[in-house]
Design a protein around this ligand. Structure first.
Ligand SMILES: Nc1ncnc2c1ncn2[C@@H]1O[C@H](COP(=O)(O)OP(=O)(O)OP(=O)(O)O)[C@@H](O)[C@H]1O
Ligand SMILES: O=C(O)C1=C[C@@H](O)[C@@H](O)[C@H](O)C1
Ligand SMILES: [Mg+2]
Length: 178
């Protein structure tokens, strides 16, 4: 069984994912990083050269490839829930955790980054996050087994909660959770 972190950009999937994976002694894959390695280009370069559909196709390929593994932690890209096929593959053999944060927290955490290309192209940064979050929240909710708030919390406390949820989920799954 795998552990999957989903959530909007800046909710801490990569940062907390590394802490959780270390604690659980699981191999950790950052899907964005794996896509970049495979393509030999950064995500902004892929999107600028080929567009979002090509990026989403690469992402779906990566979901298929990584969900074929077992006992790994997957730190997904923020838009992985955009395709139902990705959600079905991620939920199949995994405990899926939705990491949440409020609009202000997300904007503060990610506004300085240059490696997150605009998702809408025509909006202010805050308006884009608000609009995309509102549309995606039901998708994150439906894709996940648990929800973990990250607002104003120390990374170690969030990681500890995720480790507890993982143990609960595995215990409830019985022999399948081994
Ligand atoms: N609980 C937290 N408290 C304070 N800062 C945090 C917390 N979690 C993450 N951060 C910081 O917020 C920024 C974004 O976190 P991170 O890169 O882990 O998010 P992400 O969900 O992986 O984003 P993306 O989907 O864009 O890859 C980083 O600078 C990280 O150190
Ligand atoms: O929210 C999104 O759609 C994205 C989030 C990032 O993790 C990357 O996967 C990419 O920039 C797309
Ligand atoms: Mg990340």
């Amino acid at each position: 069984m795998n552990l999957v972190l989903i959530g909007y950009r800046g909710t801490g999937k990569s940062h907390i994912g590394r802490l959780v994976a270390r604690q659980l002694k699981m191999r950790c894959f950052s899907m964005d990083r794996e896509i970049e390695k495979q393509a030999g280009r950064t995500i902004p370069e892929i999107v600028a050269d080929d567009g979002w559909t090509v990026f989403r196709d690469l992402e779906s390929d990566m979901v298929r490839r990584l969900t074929a593994l077992d006992h790994v932690m997957l730190d997904t890209g923020g838009g992985v829930i955009e395709r139902p096929e990705n959600v079905a593959a991620l939920r199949k053999n995994s405990c899926v955790i939705w990491m949440t944060a409020g609009l202000d927290t997300i904007v503060t955490r990610i506004s300085s980054g240059i490696h997150r290309p605009s998702l809408t192209g025509d909006k202010s940064f805050t308006d884009e996050v608000a609009e995309v979050l509102e549309r995606r929240n039901p998708l994150y909710r439906d894709a996940s087994h648990y929800q973990v708030s990250t607002d104003g919390r120390e990374p170690e406390a969030i990681a500890a909660e995720i480790v507890d949820l993982w143990e609960q989920y595995r215990a409830a799954a019985g022999p399948r959770g081994k």
